[in-house]
Design a protein around this ligand. Structure first.
Ligand SMILES: [Zn+2]
Length: 81
């Protein structure tokens, strides 16, 4: 099992994010916690979650709220419903 370098492509990360949020449907997560969960960085996850919300291809909502993982109030958390 070798390390996966996701630096080059955002697509696998995007699928991982969608997968993670679907599995945790109804729970809110901040970008930092999603990044930690997926072994990525906050900046990249942020780009993915912003585009997911913008495209409205899935039932994601993004807005201020409490992250279910770190329990902190965040400017934006994303939830799949
Ligand atoms: Zn969090």
């Amino acid at each position: 099992m070798g390390p996966i370098n996701s630096e080059e492509s955002a697509m696998p990360l995007r699928e991982d994010v969608v997968d993670f949020l679907k599995k945790n449907s109804g729970k809110a997560f901040c970008d930092a916690c999603i990044a930690k969960e997926l072994g990525s960085v906050r900046r990249k996850v942020g780009a993915v979650t912003v585009s997911l919300e913008y495209e409205k291809t899935h039932n994601f909502t993004r807005g201020p709220g409490e992250c279910s993982r770190c329990k902190r109030q965040q400017e934006s958390v994303i939830t799949f419903s």
